[in-house]
Write a protein that binds this ligand. Structure first.
Ligand code: ADP
Length: 255
């Protein structure tokens, strides 16, 4: 896509020439269209839980909900509200990352300690479905933005639990590799169909929308991981086999 700009050049009120500028705006057009699509998606994703919440609240207000169903209704409102909060949080995170992690300082930190700290709160939801989480780490320093790294590790581990099977397992590994650091999150879950593997890092792309919703997903987790990896010059690799499990590897460069 090209844009043509024409500017007359005048000297002493007399037009002596024409300045023609041909700009290649292909990349800009692509970004503009991605941004429009993202805004439309966000609006749609915000509207769905909000419609449910106001619908449930209205039924309660009108006295249409029998006393014995009140608890369940409150539970549904709570679930939708949590989804909204997660979505708003992820959108804020992505816009920060779009600005290149602006205003956030890189620090030298231990990736293993961070992984242990992030994995800890996930054990409750894992236990409910008899999923075991195993940590295999050694201290390795990386240079990174702590909050972004936390967010990346959390999203990977959270997915490994969410898309796992009853009684499955999750392995979180942090180790030195060459002069850099390697983070691996591996699960024995449902896996990702081959044809979807490239697209799961796109914003709002989900293999099974209703399953993701049910598990409280936003469809933004892996795009945050991808963006975070870019900011840290880290390399991402996904291996997955449907029905068997998924392994995601993030290689951080030497500090
Ligand atoms: P979501 O909030 O839906 O989990 P993500 O961006 O984190 O969004 O992931 C995108 C999609 O990729 C998910 O909806 C799911 O279909 C698939 N996915 C991600 N991680 C895994 C995994 N560990 N096992 C199987 N499928 C996964």
């Amino acid at each position: 896509v090209y844009q043509l700009i024409a500017n007359p050049v005048s000297r002493n009120d007399e037009i002596v020439g024409m300045l023609l500028l041909v700009l290649d705006v292909t990349e800009k057009e692509r970004w503009d269209s991605l941004r429009r699509e993202f805004t439309a998606n966000v609006s749609h994703e915000l509207k769905t839980p909000l419609t449910s919440i106001s619908g449930y609240a209205e039924m309660m207000k009108e006295g249409l909900v029998p006393a014995e169903d009140m608890g369940e209704m409150a539970e549904r409102i709570y679930h939708e509200a949590r989804r909204l909060m997660a979505l708003v949080g992820d959108v804020i995170e992505l816009s920060r990352l779009d600005a290149g992690g602006a205003g956030q300082e890189m620090e030298i930190l231990d990736l293993a300690a961070l992984a242990a700290q992030v994995a800890e709160p996930l054990s409750a939801s894992a236990q409910k479905r008899e999923i075991s989480i195993k940590l295999e780490t050694e201290p390795v320093t990386v240079r990174g933005i702590p909050r972004v790294l936390e967010e990346m590790i959390y999203n990977l581990c959270d997915n490994a639990v969410k898309y796992n099977k009853q009684g499955g397992s999750v392995l979180i590994q942090v180790r030195r590799i060459g002069k850099g650091a390697r983070l691996v999150v591996e699960d024995t879950g449902i896996g990702i169909p081959f044809e979807d593997q490239e697209r799961v890092f796109e914003r709002f792309y989900r293999v099974d929308k209703s399953h993701s919703r049910e598990m409280g997903g936003t469809g933004l987790g892996l795009s945050i991981v991808k963006h975070g990896a870019m900011i840290h010059n880290a390399r991402l690799r996904l291996d997955s086999e449907p029905g068997k499990g998924t392994r995601i590897q993030v290689d951080f460069p030497f500090v």
